[in-house]
Design a protein around this ligand. Structure first.
Ligand SMILES: Nc1ncnc2c1ncn2[C@@H]1O[C@H](COP(=O)(O)OP(=O)(O)O)[C@@H](O)[C@H]1O
Ligand SMILES: [Mg+2]
Length: 340
């Protein structure tokens, strides 16, 4: 077994990623002074988590990501994948086994969709029949029809379709780790929303670990298990689950970055099951919600319901409580108070 097999050889499940005091300095040409793109970055991503790096342009997100697959090498510090320092692993082997998706996708224009997806499996010498089967499986996995897409060229696809194929290609050998740099940035909001949902679904099913870069706080809140908010100069202002970020921003900078509408945003990351529901009274009235419904969607439905109350049921349809506007208001009040 080679070092990289040891590192990333598992077929299923996600890797653990750890940044230990990682810095990256670039020599600035004008005055020769080194500038820090990333400064003393430390964070841990657990298996199966989506860690979102979010922040304004130029704050070091892409640099942080590219140090994981050694497209950029750190000036100091260490990055470990399942406890192994990436600097001890052959970079080519490392990159073949870490999925990488970027905004411009980077599909090879003169290769068909099937050939694009087959790139890494071919490089690592999979038998042809296995590659063919896997390609079709992946095209279907990202929601397209293999028969009508496998022989097309990238120019014959829409932006959203190309983005899906980019994700399929990155997943070809079931990497335990995916690096995604603004992967949905170039598509329109409706397509983006659909791609985000499909990606979340896929990620949960496969249990991949993902490092995801975006400058869009809404995308970060939606996708992140944990969100690292970067500040200019390559430091992290806060590294927390989305709900925590919205409820208790660590600094004024974070509060401004997540936005003054963070009470509303927080509703989208809470489920009805997280609320203190009123007891079920007589026969359930109003709309019926699954306990997994996000609170923002429930609020939207309640605003249109005649009595502004709804019944919450568990996965087997048994009522577990009643949700009202008051229930929801009391859940967000601490946030509203901290805004003052
Ligand atoms: N090759 C490079 N040489 C010099 N400076 C660079 C280089 N790549 C990035 N930088 C600088 O490092 C900082 C972080 O860049 P980057 O990681 O691309 O930011 P982000 O992805 O958050 O927009 C920026 O100030 C950028 O100008
Ligand atoms: Mg970037």
């Amino acid at each position: 077994m080679t070092r990289s097999d040891e590192l990333l050889g598992r077929a299923k499940g996600g890797a653990t990623v750890e940044f230990r005091q990682v810095s990256k300095h670039y020599a600035r040409s004008a005055n020769g002074q080194p500038i820090a793109a990333v400064r003393d970055l430390s964070l841990v991503v657990q298996p199966g988590e989506i860690c979102v790096l979010v922040g304004p342009s130029g704050c070091g997100k892409t640099t942080s990501l590219k140090m994981v697959n050694r497209l950029i090498e750190p000036t100091s510090g260490q990055i470990l994948i399942d406890g192994v320092d990436v600097m001890t692993v052959d970079p080519v082997a490392l990159r073949r086994r870490i999925g990488y998706v970027i905004q411009q996708v980077g599909l090879f224009p003169h290769r068909t969709i099937a050939e694009n997806i087959a790139t890494v499996p071919e490089l690592v010498g999979w038998p042809k029949a296995k590659i063919r089967a896997r390609v079709d499986e992946l095209i279907a996995l990202v929601g397209l029809d293999p028969a009508s897409y496998r022989d097309r060229y990238p120019s014959q696809l829409s932006g959203g379709e190309r983005q899906r194929i980019g994700v399929a290609r990155a997943m070809a050998i079931e990497p335990p780790l995916m690096l995604m740099d603004e992967p949905f940035g170039a598509v329109d909001p409706i397509v983006r929303e659909r791609l985000q949902n499909e990606f979340l679904d896929l990620q949960r099913r496969l249990g991949l670990t993902v490092l995801f870069v975006t400058h869009d706080i809404d995308e970060a809140i939606k996708l992140g298990t944990r969100v690292a908010v970067f500040e200019q100069g390559g430091t992290i202002a806060q590294y927390s689950p989305p709900a925590e970020l919205l409820m208790r921003p660590a600094t004024d900078y974070v509060a401004r970055f997540v936005g003054s509408d963070r009470a509303l945003k927080r509703l989208a990351v809470m489920r009805l099951a997280d609320l203190r529901l009123s007891p079920v009274s007589s026969a359930g009235e109003g709309p019926v919600f699954s306990a997994e419904t996000n609170v923002r969607d429930a609020l939207a439905a309640l605003l249109l319901a005649p009595r502004a109350a709804g019944t919450v049921v568990d996965s087997s349809g048994v009522p577990i409580g009643v949700v009202t506007m008051e229930t929801i208001a009391s859940a967000v009040q601490p946030v509203a108070a901290s805004l003052e």
